[in-house]
Design a protein around this ligand. Structure first.
Ligand code: TXD
Length: 319
């Protein structure tokens, strides 16, 4: 039975998501956007590429929420991206309004979907999405950790001249400048990063530069693009989550999920390692954090809590 993925937002990431899903023949695609022409134009353009790729995926573009009915997966990128000099948090006001509208559309038309939110500021927007939509916590997740971990692994692989697929690592916490690359959990070709440090294969200063570049990875791209932000790596990361759900792969992935005491955090969305399978978020993996990692993680959680307090001031319904 062919699956169905609805993409709410057909912009830079939405269009790239649609193209990746079509090439991987993961599911039929509904591209939804308030700018109906963008959704229809991109759906038709990608559909026309099937003559080359041989993809049997059907795509439609729409601005009617009825078309997302019975979606297996919904991926949300509706919202505005950063401009140079803006922080992810600067997008809170406008994207909170948009996500309220999107939540209504999903609640009324496809409430049983696995919903992946990408819109920034991610951790607070995905939490607001879950509250506005009332969908179960295990079926509403945020995409950020996979992207941040991919950036960290890429920078490390370039520095060490080691293929990126030989590097295992993850970035936890909020999707902001306080995100936490987990150095103690990082392995290069099966060897711990701390051993690499001890053996002088990488120096601490270089590693700190890589951590900093990962935290500012989004801003670096915004500066180059001037108009818009990163979209290829975010789209690839979103597809990874959708695929693990649709194929019940039970992959362990860093995602923004609802914490109810895990890692000492209650009633908040934040990035931690989870198992994604056919029931959505199937398990939250509690890693043993070093004191240093614990301290950084909780600083990151504080940043998410502060931003959520700002969101509750904008919309008291979020209390
Ligand atoms: O790791 C992450 N989570 C981040 C997320 C990585 C990169 C970008 N991140 C955020 O994703 C970014 O800050 C934005 O908030 C979203 C989407 O980024 P994108 O680059 O795709 O933005 P675009 O190209 O502006 O596309 C947004 C689309 C655009 O076509 C609008 O017309 C549409 O959203 N839009 C809406 N669609 C539906 N409903 C409403 N209300 C709406 N408003 C705008």
């Amino acid at each position: 039975m062919k699956k169905k993925i609805s993409l709410i937002g057909a912009g830079q990431i939405g269009g790239t998501l649609a193209h990746l899903i079509a090439l991987k023949e993961l599911a039929d695609v509904v591209l939804f956007d308030v700018a109906e022409g963008i959704a229809k134009g991109k759906a038709l353009d990608i559909a026309q590429s099937s003559g080359v790729s041989g993809s049997k995926i059907n795509l439609i573009g729409t601005n009617n929420y009825k078309d997302i009915k019975n979606s297996d997966v919904i991926i949300i990128t509706a919202g505005v991206p950063r401009k140079p000099g803006m922080t992810r948090d600067d997008l809170l006001g406008i994207n909170l309004k948009i996500i309220k509208e999107v939540a209504e559309g999903i609640k009324n038309n496809s409430p049983n979907s696995f919903v992946i939110c990408i819109t920034n500021p991610l951790d607070v927007i995905v939490m607001a999405l879950q509250k506005y939509s009332g969908l179960p916590h295990n079926m509403v997740v945020g995409m950020a950790g996979i992207l941040d971990s991919s950036r960290f692994k890429y920078f490390l692989s370039k520095q060490l001249d080691i293929p990126v697929n030989k590097i295992n690592s993850l970035v936890l916490g909020g999707h902001g400048d306080t995100m936490v690359p987990m150095l103690e959990q990082t392995e290069i070709d099966g060897v711990s990063l701390s051993k690499f440090l001890k053996d002088g294969k990488i120096d601490k200063k270089k590693l700190e530069e890589i951590v900093d570049r990962t935290r500012k990875g989004g801003a670096e791209i915004v500066k180059f693009l001037q108009k818009g932000s990163a979209f290829y790596a975010p789209a690839a990361s979103g597809v990874e989550m959708a695929e693990s759900y649709l194929k019940d792969q039970k992959k362990q992935l860093p995602c923004a999920v609802y914490l109810q005491g895990e890692y000492g955090v209650k009633n908040l969305y934040a990035g931690v390692p989870v198992i994604i399978g056919a029931s959505g978020v199937e398990k939250i993996i509690e890693l043993k954090l070093s004191d240093e990692e614990k301290k950084s993680f909780h600083q990151s959680i504080k940043a998410v809590e502060d931003l959520f307090s700002a969101a509750k001031k904008i919309d008291t319904n979020l209390n």
